[in-house]
Ligand binder design. Structure first.
Ligand SMILES: N/C(=N\CCC[C@H](N)C(=O)O)N[C@@H](CC(=O)O)C(=O)O
Length: 700
């Protein structure tokens, strides 16, 4: 097949080499997102038409074309092309082949950066719903298994030696409770991920009059994301989903381990495979943690690597849940063998009060699981019984509160830093290349958003810490809690490592965008001139340690619970130190306005605004992109900026240009245009700043 021009045409003279094409493609795996991509495009086209950015007939052609593409894909007739790189460009380019000109308008006020994040959130939301429904099926299977085994007493094991007699029903219900908390963990992640990035565009938002609330609602999101830079950077939802799956996988591996040990000879199931697969889930989580650590804001191509670990994790966990439910439905407890066994090991079955009493209410529990009431009951049980007051639980509750208060302290320091720098424009980067101008305040507030999710995550985790209904579960829940707690710390640490990366970079002579004061800098023992941003390098470095603490605990899960204390204490101490020093840094850096100002002309930051100008002139976005690409190529040739091109030069590229174009050129003009919700224009940012100042009570 002949190579076609890439969608970014304009300023490029040659195509990529075959090796680069093979290495950078993602179509081989991200085609799994086709449904979500098409849903997003339908919603986007409908919104563009409602806002007058395309005609109703263009919208209808687009939606018709998308319907045809969806059918072709589902019939296996769609031709996926590696030279079209990914699912987004494959679908858009095929749509153009199918319906022509109208398709060129679909990418108006959208980039692949907000598109991929929207698609993947939709995919993960479905994945969570499917996983939770499989969790319920397993819970129901376990309750039914419990109902089949009235009065059976089994030895309760603590590590391996037998400890006390327990009703088998009690034993099985411990797993049902664990699974309930696993489901809640995933559902909390669902709440946090259900915000819509679409319309955040590449990073700065847009000046085109889009309605982000309309697309958000059409796609079933709670609201559009508040800060466009955060919208295209954020992958917390993936880290959280993978960590939820890893904890759930751990529980299933315990169940598998137990059934493997207790297995009857005639069983044809392979629960060992379920145990082994839990290691994959930990591996998938670690991949994402390594991927995200130290990434600068906003979109970086590294993020393309987030898909396969998530696909693997979700497929694995669903397989494990199904296998466990099948097992539960087909298992028989051999009462004779168990009774004989009870007579050894110095445990007295008669000491079990109520040996003949059936655990009441199993029918009710089954119904509650199916209706979702079970979780509420779990909540009530916790408040009725009071908090579980083991020392470690109380210590962890305190630690959570302390970390949350340090998060707030850093948020306040960042909001104050933003307030000190009203009106300052900085380059916004994607792929660490200059992309669009943004207000520094907007940029800083992206970190405040991340930290807010961090605090919420910790508080959700704290709620689970207080839930304990079943005594057998109580002794193992510590571990699930600590894993969740350390996962939450790891996500915060990854955020801080991103902030650290940025400040270290910006403090370098090459950037010189910030000057840290002496009070937060260190020197060199040999080079007298040096002033190093060590504290933030260490923040970046220590994030690895917080992730390491989590891994230690994940690996230690079979060795008894005692091993959790040291990694937890280390994680808490490290994260508090990181938060503290980041807040100090925020209070002791100066943004170098002159240096930043001088750097702004480089990189054609106003190019997207110019493309939007052409959209206002009714030129389809894809054509506008190409025209601006050619204007940029001319600037590169002449060594000038877009605003230095004369009207004649611009008209030589396309006659549509008029004098009004100069209102769109230059970073100051460009910034003023970014006025849609969540964008970097001054009114949008002022609204964000007011929101945070009042939420964090910054004036007091
Ligand atoms: N290359 C890029 N985004 C690719 C996102 C899709 C990618 N296949 C992925 O899965 O992450 N970003 C461009 C914007 C764009 O291509 O829309 C940029 O920021 O310069």
């Amino acid at each position: 097949m002949a190579k076609e021009a890439k969608l970014w045409g304009g300023r490029f003279e040659e195509g990529v080499t075959d090796a680069v094409e093979r290495f950078t493609e993602s179509i081989s795996f991200d085609k799994a997102l086709y449904k979500q991509d098409i849903m997003g495009s339908r919603a986007h086209a409908s919104m563009l038409a409602k806002q007058g950015l395309m005609s109703v007939s263009d919208r209808d052609s687009i939606i018709d074309g998308l319907d045809q593409i969806e059918k072709q894909i589902e019939r296996g007739e769609f031709v996926w092309r590696t030279d079209r790189e990914d699912v987004h460009m494959n679908i858009e380019a095929t749509l153009t082949d199918l319906v022509g000109e109208p398709a060129k308008k679909l990418h108006t006020a959208r980039s692949r950066n907000d598109q991929v994040s929207t698609d993947f959130r939709l995919w993960c939301r479905d994945a969570i719903d499917t996983t939770v429904s499989h969790i319920k099926q397993l819970q129901v299977a376990l309750v039914r298994l419990a109902k089949k085994n009235i009065g059976v007493i089994v030895p309760g094991f603590k590590q391996l030696p037998k400890a006390e007699p327990v009703l088998l029903q009690h034993h099985l219900l411990a797993y049902v409770d664990q699974l309930e908390l696993d489901a809640r963990r995933l559902l909390d992640c669902r709440v946090r991920l259900n915000f819509c990035p679409l319309g955040a565009c590449a990073l700065a938002g847009t000046g085109l009059p889009i309605d982000r609330f309309m697309t958000s609602e059409a796609l079933g999101f709670t609201a559009p994301m508040r800060n466009s830079m955060d919208a295209v950077s954020d992958r917390d939802f993936i880290l959280e989903l993978l960590s939820g799956n890893a904890i759930l996988g751990l529980h299933l591996s315990w169940l598998g381990e137990e059934w493997g040990l207790w297995a009857s000879e005639e069983s044809g199931f392979n629960m060992e495979a379920a145990c082994g697969k839990s290691a994959r889930l930990v591996g998938d989580l670690v991949t994402l943690q390594v991927l995200c650590k130290g990434l600068p804001l906003t979109y970086n191509r590294d993020l393309q690597e987030d898909k396969e670990p998530v696909f693997d994790s979700v497929k694995t966990i669903i397989g494990m849940l199904k296998m466990s439910a099948d097992y539960a439905k087909n298992i028989t407890y051999n009462q004779d063998k168990i009774e004989k066994d009870l007579s050894s090991g110095h445990i007295d079955p008669n000491s079990l009060v109520g040996r003949d009493i059936v655990l009441e209410g199993l029918d009710q529990i089954e119904k509650q699981i199916e209706s979702g009431e079970f979780a509420k009951d779990l909540q009530t049980a916790s408040s009725k019984n009071g908090q579980v007051s083991t020392d470690f639980h109380l210590w962890c509750c305190d630690a959570t509160d302390t970390i949350v208060s340090h998060i707030k302290h850093l948020q306040v320091a960042l909001v104050r830093l933003a307030r000190k720098n009203t009106g300052m424009i900085v380059p916004g980067y994607t792929h660490l290349q200059r992309a669009q101008p943004v207000l520094l305040q907007h940029h800083i507030l992206a970190y405040v958003e991340q930290l807010e999710r961090d605090a919420e995550r910790l508080l959700d985790c704290r709620v689970r810490l207080n839930v304990m209904r079943n005594s057998m579960e109580a002794v193992v829940t510590d571990l699930a809690f600590t894993l969740e707690f350390l996962s939450a710390n790891s996500i915060t640490a990854i955020h801080l490592s991103r902030l650290g990366e940025e400040w270290v970079l910006w403090a370098s002579e090459e950037f010189a965008f910030i000057t840290p004061s002496d009070s937060v800098s260190t020197g060199s023992s040999i080079m007298p001139q040096k002033k190093n941003p060590d504290p933030m390098e260490l923040v970046r470095g220590k994030s690895a340690r917080v992730v390491g603490d989590l891994i230690k605990l994940q690996l230690a899960h079979n060795r008894g619970i005692q091993v959790d204390k040291e990694p937890v204490a280390d994680s808490v101490k490290t994260i508090i130190g990181m938060l503290e020093v980041s807040a100090e840094f925020a209070q002791n850096i100066t943004y170098n306005q002159d240096r930043i100002q001088k750097s702004l002309p480089a990189g054609h930051l106003d190019a997207t605004t110019l493309a939007d100008y052409l959209v206002h002139k009714a030129i389809p976005f894809r054509t506008s992109h190409d025209i601006v690409g050619r204007a940029v190529a001319l600037c590169v040739y002449k060594g000038c900026q877009l605003r230095d091109l004369s009207l004649d030069e611009l008209r030589s590229i396309n006659p549509v240009f008029d004098d009004g174009v100069y209102d769109y050129l230059g970073v100051e003009n460009s910034i003023k245009k970014f006025s849609s919700y969540g964008s970097t224009g001054s009114e949008c940012v002022a609204a964000q700043l007011d929101f945070w100042s009042s939420k964090l009570d910054v004036d007091n």
